[in-house]
Design a protein around this ligand. Structure first.
Ligand code: GDP
Length: 523
């Protein structure tokens, strides 16, 4: 009987090109891939629509939408939530990280920690998401192992524990030694390229090693390993699960080195579903009532229907097909008759889901990102943030008779988290806000293709936005009245201050100490 403790729900965080896609493929290959979200979606008309929509991804060679991949190994079910890895990422990426229990950080051995890795890491840190580090591409020349380990420790302020050690790199690469299990992973086959052989040893002084490795490779390994064991923290499972320590694995996703060790590490150390922050109290996965939250909404698999899939992370209880769940916010129960259960080996068997699993719920726009779904109406998960946009643009409608369609489209996309929308108090120039440039392209392409609205984007006189609030409504009113030209409402009617610069935010914050200027908003 599957339970929450068999589940490992995780994401891979990395900078573009570090090897996330390659590693994902290999994880699915090594584990028994059960169901890929893409396969579930790709049916008939939906398949065509999907590929149209994917055009933008193909053109850019990047993945715009997140999906769910599930694989199984030795009784453990792994749910891998994909996060778009491009530099211009949306809030989707961030929100996906609210739905995982742990993360694998992939870094390129030649490049170390890069900007995107760092940003995503900070999001993980906000929620104390534990991180396993995978240093990829050791089949190529890279930086010295110690340098890489020290960089992770210094930049991310984490304890590091090397769990494996590469014997040479690039042309001198001979294999990987597992410092904990004393196994040596060796290349095999005619090209001697791929990991083929695993040799058990009794330790670094096992004479077997002399036959298996070059004299130089072995001498370096022994010396390095000794230094490493003395110089780095010993692995401590609790420190890892608290997000204070990262175990580090070396490998080559391309050559399939170290992938197996990574899966084992996830099974052995990564946390199963944890209690989730909620009002009135955190929800424990052992709670028998079904609860979950929507972390992503994906629309328009088929542009002829306004269907959406809400991705819900199950937090407690055993979900059964047909179950009635109450969405927070509007209270009317919905019956979930045709959920997409990504883990199901056979679609027909897809009848149940457990804490940590992701369920796709088709709906017509009732479900929104941040919604809690539960059997009882009084629980509400907290902590799904909206992020202050870094780019603001004015939407210029080319055909003024399409105002209604435009508003609908902007609302829809705000709801999905593609963009944010702000309706200024004065004037009719709606403003959209995004975290990355790519979101702007997605917005325009979808306005045109799905809503038949021709629109352009113009520079906005604002650079950033802050959600404003105050203890005393009178303080907020005074502020809003004096700054009317910069006041707007977000999609949910919350007051927002549009600022011309980050400097201005600081300036007004000083002048109005009783008003809070928030760069994120919990939904
Ligand atoms: P992503 O952008 O992080 O998804 O990276 P990809 O998985 O697409 O990999 C980027 C490039 O690095 C591709 O050309 C891969 O073939 C290559 N690559 C990925 N893993 C390895 C590896 O372990 N060794 C080598 N030599 N190349 C790799």
């Amino acid at each position: 009987m599957p339970t929450a403790s068999d589940r490992r729900t995780f994401a891979i965080i990395s900078h573009p090109d570090a090897g996330k896609t390659t590693l994902t493929e290999k994880l699915l290959l090594f584990g028994g891939a059960i169901h890929l979200a893409g396969e579930v979606k790709a049916r008939g008309a939906a398949r065509r629509a999907r590929s149209d929509w994917m055009k933008i991804e193909q053109q850019r060679g990047i993945s715009v939408t997140s999906s769910v991949m599930t694989f199984e190994r030795e009784g453990v079910t792994f749910n891998l939530l994909d996060t778009p890895g491009h530099e211009d990422f949306s809030e989707d990426t961030y929100r996906t990280l609210t739905a995982v229990d742990s993360a694998v950080m992939v870094i390129d051995v030649a490049k170390g920690i890069e900007s995107q890795t760092r940003k995503l890491f900070e999001v993980c840190r906000l929620r104390n998401v534990p991180i396993i580090t995978f240093v990829n591409k050791v089949d190529r020349e890279g930086r010295p192992v110690f340098e890489t380990l020290d960089e992770v420790a210094d930049l991310l302020q984490l304890d590091v524990t090397p769990m494996t050690w590469p014997v040479g790199m690039g042309g001198a690469f001979e294999g990987i030694y597992d410092l904990r299990s004393n196994r040596l992973l060796l290349p095999e086959g005619p090209s001697r390229e791929f990991q083929g052989k695993v040799v058990e040893t009794t330790g670094l002084d096992d004479p077997k090693l002399d036959e298996l490795l070059s004299a130089e490779g072995l001498a370096n390994l022994r010396e390095d390993a000794e230094l490493a064991m003395a110089g780095y923290a010993e692995f401590d499972g609790e420190a890892y699960r608290n997000g204070d320590l990262t175990p580090v694995y070396f490998g080559s996703a391309l050559k399939e080195f170290g992938v197996d060790s990574l899966i084992k590490a996830l099974a052995e150390y990564a946390p199963p579903p944890r209690p989730q922050p909620a009002e009135p109290a955190p929800v424990d996965p052992s709670n028998p009532e079904v609860t979950g939250f929507v972390f992503k909404v994906q629309a328009n698999m088929d542009p002829n229907h306004r269907d959406r899939i809400a991705f819900m992370r199950l937090c407690s209880g055993t979900f059964k097909r047909g179950m009635k769940l109450i969405p927070s916010g509007h209270g009317k129960p919905i019956a979930v008759h045709s959920p997409i259960l990504f883990f199901a080996r056979e679609r027909e068997l897809a009848d149940e889901a457990f804490p940590g699993d992701i369920i796709g719920i088709p709906n017509h726009g009732t479900l929104r990102v941040g919604d809690t779904l539960s059997e009882r109406a009084d629980v509400r998960f907290t902590g799904l943030p909206n992020f202050a946009p870094e780019i603001l643009r004015r939407v210029a409608l080319k055909d003024p008779t399409k105002t209604k369609q435009l508003r609908k489209a902007l609302d829809d996309m705000a709801e999905e988290g593609v963009t944010q929308v702000f309706y200024p108090e004065i004037g009719s120039n709606w403003i959209i806000g995004v975290v990355g440039q790519l979101q702007l392209e997605v917005l325009l392409s979808r306005l045109d293709a799905e809503y038949k609205v021709a629109a352009g984007l113009e520079p906005a006189p604002f650079e950033t936005a802050r959600w404003v609030s105050s203890e005393d409504p009178a303080d907020l009113k005074t502020f809003a009245d004096l700054n009317r030209t910069a006041m707007a409402k977000d999609r949910d009617g919350n007051p927002v201050f549009l600022a011309k610069s980050a400097w201005e935010v600081g300036y007004v914050a000083d002048r109005y100490p009783n008003v809070r200027f928030a760069a994120t908003r919990e939904r």
